[in-house]
Design a binder for this molecule. Structure first.
Ligand SMILES: [Zn+2]
Length: 113
């Protein structure tokens, strides 16, 4: 499967998934504001000595693998758009390589804590 079509499938799937509801939740919106405040600069760019504003919040341990860490500040980092897209892309590529795409494609109806 091509990355592009998998990404499209994930987006479609997101629309009726628990994940979508999560990103709209008040808990997440509040935590998101806090993490942007805590990590004003992209963590990845910072490692390379580049100063760039963080605009996305990344789950260091993927939300698909570790949903119980979805609201854990130590599992979150601020990233710029480019670094976040790159990380997502790499993680999907790894999943395909390891044959672990089933757990992405399985709709989550309710997350356990
Ligand atoms: Zn960056």
């Amino acid at each position: 499967m091509k990355i592009g079509s998998l990404m499209k499938m994930l987006n479609d799937w997101d629309n009726y998934n628990e994940r979508q509801r999560f990103y709209k939740s008040k808990d997440w919106q509040q935590l998101r504001t806090y993490i942007i405040y805590r990590d004003p600069l992209c963590k990845q760019c910072e490692k390379e000595g580049i100063l760039k504003s963080s605009v996305d919040i990344d789950h260091i341990e993927d939300i698909i693998d570790k949903p119980h860490l979805r609201l854990e500040p130590s599992n979150l980092q601020g990233l710029c758009k480019e670094c976040h897209s790159q990380k997502t892309y790499e993680s999907i590529k790894d999943r395909i390589k390891q044959g672990r795409i089933n757990n992405i494609l399985k709709p989550v109806t309710k997350w356990k804590n």
